[in-house]
Design a protein around this ligand. Structure first.
Ligand SMILES: [Zn+2]
Length: 177
């Protein structure tokens, strides 16, 4: 899957001698390097750590990717955790990629559709999309009430950044409605 080039912040530490590590902080990837590395070593390690991070995130895909039933099971877990069980769709299913959307919800009949494009994103990103659509079961629009519900899921902002990144990189122009 295509990924946007994330913003990278390199932090050097005099106390680090060999260890290189990287993690996400919001929409930025922080790469920790020993103070003494040269410019070209830095370039090498930044590229290497970005690709390792991406590989490990791909490995953390959601079990919900397997089937519609697995998707529903994941919704139940998320509804229990974030909505006191007060959100269950009548049906939820994987659908072929939609032109403008990652997912959609029809509150009138409580059905949710999720784009196949999300099968390969990390589990925590798919969880955000599910929380977003589950929140639409009680609040249709994108007002303040809606975002209050969505932000019960702590990684919402990070996931929004992730989805914007892959959408921009692939030229899809997708939104998370
Ligand atoms: Zn929405």
């Amino acid at each position: 899957m295509l990924m946007a080039e994330p913003r990278v912040e390199v932090r050097r530490s005099a106390r680090r001698r060999r260890m290189v590590s990287a993690y996400r902080e919001g929409d930025t990837v922080v790469v920790l390097l020993p103070a003494r590395m040269t410019r070209s070593e830095e370039e090498h390690w930044v590229a290497e750590m970005l690709s390792r991070l991406q590989r490990s995130e791909t490995r953390r895909r959601s079990p919900a990717r397997a089937s519609d039933a697995a998707l529903l099971a994941r919704c139940r877990e998320l509804a229990a955790r974030y909505f006191d069980n007060d959100a269950e769709p009548a049906s939820i299913r994987w659908v072929p990629p939609m032109r403008t959307r990652w997912a959609s919800c029809t509150p009138a009949d409580r059905t949710i559709r999720v784009s196949d494009r999300l099968r390969d994103v990390p589990g925590w990103v798919l969880d955000y999309v599910l929380v977003h659509e589950l929140a639409h079961l009680s609040v249709p629009g994108h007002g303040k009430d809606f975002w209050e519900l969505v932000h019960r899921y702590p990684r919402s902002e990070r996931a929004i950044g992730y989805l914007e990144g892959i959408s921009a990189a692939a030229g899809w122009g997708l939104t998370e409605d």
